[in-house]
Write a protein that binds this ligand. Structure first.
Ligand SMILES: Cc1ncc(COP(=O)(O)O)c(C=O)c1O
Length: 360
């Protein structure tokens, strides 16, 4: 499902930069009708709809949106709308690739249960792909992950096992290893942290899709480190890209600056089990430490000035992209920075329990 971005007139964006405020009303009144400067797509012309054989065909091909009210003059910031995937996050891509590759080489067969440690989006993605393909899924997650995540995954028929809330995602990984060791033939344990199909999904999908929209304009790619699949896979594809002027794409990873951070989905490497797929020397030029406050503030801004209600890791990614953009502006350069909106903000709400009868 590919959607072409609306035509953009970069000259109109430079003067449309907003004042920085966290108050939605202030932000809106200070902008007034500036948003009208963003050209609206012609609403008389129906958007093109695709016919898909299954929900799996809806994974990938997500649109890029220009962050016209966030970017500084002279630098474009574009964000890939991974919340448009059917499971609501970027993790649909690796889940599908992991299952596709394992079915192809026989590691996953119909009699096995897919088991993995995930505190959220990957679990939703495995659950969705598993349900569509008739594969049983069991997930191990810390007991304190949001009720929303537990309810969404179990709604697909996935079995949940809870690990200690004191041990975070590393405790879930240890518990899944124990369960598999006790009965290895029963399970397919993809281990998203060491599975090369995870970055491959982004090397084959996210990277080429970004290049197909931004082409030779792109100068930087910015993404947070969770399993590191997004930044490693997309980063590898970016590394291969050469602009006609001989320049390449700088790959920037965003990492929480503290072990006790609030950027759900991202990992502070020094205090975590380091994913085997995280090999920054291969394609990462720079690592930006990100505070919870900066990531959260940008999450608020995205909602208020762009109408994008996304999760905190998406906010951290855009905050990283903005830092890069400001550095370029400060040194008198232009540029085009691409980043990723990993999931939607409403994923962090507690939904009504998914059952047939509600009590009010
Ligand atoms: C909300 C969110 N943001 C970011 C990430 C990081 O993506 P990756 O695992 O590709 O590094 C994840 C991964 O689980 C996530 O769920």
């Amino acid at each position: 499902m590919q959607c072409d971005p609306p035509p953009v007139d970069s000259s109109s964006f430079a003067s449309a930069a907003p004042t920085e405020t966290s108050q939605a009303t202030d932000a809106r009144s200070s902008r007034g009708l500036q948003s009208a400067r963003v050209q609206l797509a012609d609403q008389q012309v129906p958007r093109q709809a695709a016919a898909c054989a299954s929900v799996l065909d809806l994974i990938g091909g997500t649109p890029l949106v220009r962050l016209a009210h966030i970017e500084p003059p002279g630098v474009e910031i574009w964000a890939k709308c991974e919340f448009c995937n059917p499971g609501g996050s970027v993790k649909d891509r690796p889940a599908l690739q992991i299952i596709r590759d394992a079915l192809a080489d026989g590691r996953l067969t119909q009699d096995k249960t897919l088991i993995d440690a995930t505190s959220g989006n990957t679990g939703v993605a495995y659950s969705l792909v598993g349900a569509a393909l008739g594969i049983a899924v069991k997930l191990v997650m810390p007991a304190n992950v949001s009720a929303a995540r537990k309810q969404i995954t179990s709604a697909y028929g996935t079995q949940l096992v809870f690990s200690s809330e004191l041990e975070g995602s590393d405790g879930a990984i240890r518990l899944v290893r124990e369960i598999v060791a006790a009965d290895p033939s029963r399970y397919f344990y993809p281990d998203q942290y060491s599975n090369e199909s995870n970055p491959r999904a982004h090397y084959l999908g996210t990277g080429p899709e970004i290049l197909s929209v931004l082409g030779d304009r792109i100068t930087h790619f910015v993404a947070g480190i969770g399993t590191s699949g997004t930044v490693m896979g997309t980063g590898r594809r970016m590394r291969e890209h050469r602009r006609p002027d001989g320049g390449g794409v700088t790959v920037v990873a965003v990492e929480p600056d503290d072990a006790f951070h609030g950027l759900e989905g991202l990992k502070h490497m020094e205090s975590s089990m380091v994913p085997a797929i995280w090999r920054p020397n291969e394609c990462v030029d720079r690592i930006l430490p990100m505070s919870t406050d900066e990531g959260w503030e940008m999450t608020e801004r995205l909602k208020e000035v762009e109408g994008l209600f996304v999760g905190h890791s998406a906010g951290a990614n855009v905050a990283g992209a903005l830092r890069i953009a400001r550095e370029l502006t400060a040194s008198g350069q232009t540029g085009c920075v691409a980043t990723v909106l990993c999931d939607r903000g409403d994923r962090y709400f507690v939904p009504l329990k998914w059952e047939r009868r509600y009590e009010w």
